[in-house]
Design a protein around this ligand. Structure first.
Ligand code: ACO
Length: 378
């Protein structure tokens, strides 16, 4: 076997062949199944995009109508899942609640048939349909309220915002939220997708696959960064404070949240679209002073770190958009998960097509033939 050079974080090491999405980090290009993200963000909807990612082609009108109808039908969650979630501490993080509830789905739909296309479709539909309901249910229950039942007359994005706030959202807000989901639906083999693929490669059930990916997405170096961006902007507090804050970060060698990316060395194309969406929201629903701070911070970071390829990533403007949509800060990452379920499931399905269990090697750095010291002598 050829021994490869060790690369921490597997940087630049191909771990799979995939036709799902493509990123050019130097040019700032992102494509899902060959279609540019800018085009999907303006012409498609999240569910249509999810279908494209998972089945490889845009659906026909009939296919899309059937898919949407199936998702509507499966939006409800079993009362036992709701009862289980009621026992979760309201102080717990919603990502932990989501990870536990996603894994719990596996208890209810345990008849695994990974070689049956009908099973694959049903699992895809169930996960896409139920994850938003579970996120919204936890939000209601931790406030001491009953969960809001999904509304069959509402589309995917509208229904989620409705279940979250108990009122029908403004159509522009729902449309912008749908675009946010499309932007977050897939991004090649990042940490959470890799996690999903490793779990999938053991041929376990898709609920375990999604639960493991949710756990990975939760970390502050991955999906959790969007929460920290808002905390950072609040800490900065004013446009005048941006440069002293940045200098302080650079002096202390602390990371600036929402900036930098393993792949993108220019501004993330999704950040460009999200910034535009944020501006549309502020125009209709009122300005947010933290947006001015964010723009000034971007300018300052570009001056100081742009030459090192450190630019805003997807998490930088998404938090500002979500805040304006009335989504609480600690739900930003669960909302990311609602979207990324599409990408995880696309990779799950692709992985099953040519599966080989992931089993990388390691470079052992420990000792050999070490003496066993009896407990009394330690
Ligand atoms: N602020 C300041 N310096 C940075 C930043 C940043 N946000 N990002 C990278 N750098 C610097 C590092 O300090 C390091 O400098 P050094 O070579 O002098 O030590 C160099 O750039 C390389 O950084 P790494 O962390 O090694 O780069 P890596 O490719 O491993 O990390 C990552 C990418 C984790 C996203 C990183 O940029 C980061 O921590 N950013 C902040 C957190 C964040 O926004 N995460 C969301 C990413 S998008 C997503 O997951 C959906």
């Amino acid at each position: 076997m050829t021994v490869c050079e060790y690369k921490p974080g597997l940087e630049g090491i191909p771990a799979a062949q995939s036709s799902i999405s493509y990123v050019d980090g130097q040019k700032g290009i992102l494509e899902y199944r060959g279609i540019r993200i800018e085009e999907l963000a303006t012409k498609s909807t999240f569910l249509e995009t999810a279908y494209l990612l998972i089945w490889g082609e845009l659906p026909t009108k009939e296919e899309l109508a059937d898919f949407k109808a199936e998702i509507r039908y499966h939006r409800r969650i079993k009362y036992r899942i709701r009862d289980m979630m009621k026992c979760f501490p309201e102080t717990g993080h919603p990502m932990d609640a989501l990870q536990a509830s996603a894994a719990a789905l596996g208890l209810f739909y345990s008849k695994r048939a990974l070689d049956n296309p009908a099973y694959i479709r049903e699992a895809v539909v169930r996960l896409l349909a139920k994850i938003p309901t579970m996120v919204a249910a936890f939000q209601m229950m931790r406030k001491g309220n009953d969960p809001v039942r999904p509304n069959d007359d509402m589309d995917y994005a509208t229904n989620f915002l409705y279940m979250l706030n108990e009122r029908e959202p403004d159509p522009l807000a729902a449309q912008i939220f749908d675009v946010c989901l499309t932007l977050h639906a897939e991004h090649t083999i990042n940490a959470s997708t890799f996690s999903a693929m490793v779990t999938a490669s053991t041929l376990t059930d898709p609920y375990a696959v999604v639960a493991s990916a949710v756990g990975t997405l939760a970390g502050p170096l991955h999906g959790g960064a969007n929460e920290e961006v808002i905390e950072m902007l609040e800490e900065i507090g004013s446009v005048e404070n941006v440069r002293p804050y940045l200098d302080n970060c650079l002096q202390n060698k602390s990371k600036i949240m929402g900036f930098g990316h393993r792949v993108y060395k220019v501004k993330d194309p999704r950040a460009i679209i999200l910034q535009n969406l944020a501006e549309q929201l502020f125009e209709k629903f009122g300005h947010d002073k933290y947006y001015d701070i964010a723009v000034e911070m971007e300018r300052a970071v570009e001056e100081k770190l742009g030459h090192r390829g450190i630019y805003p990533n997807v998490d930088y403007y998404s938090g500002l958009v979500y805040r304006k949509l009335g989504i609480p800060t600690d739900l930003f990452t669960p909302v990311f998960a609602i979207a990324r379920v599409a990408g995880w499931l696309a990779h799950w399905k692709e992985q099953l097509g040519e599966n080989r269990i992931f089993r990388p090697t390691q470079i052992y750095t420990g000792s050999h033939e070490a003496p066993y010291v009896e407990i009394e002598q330690r």
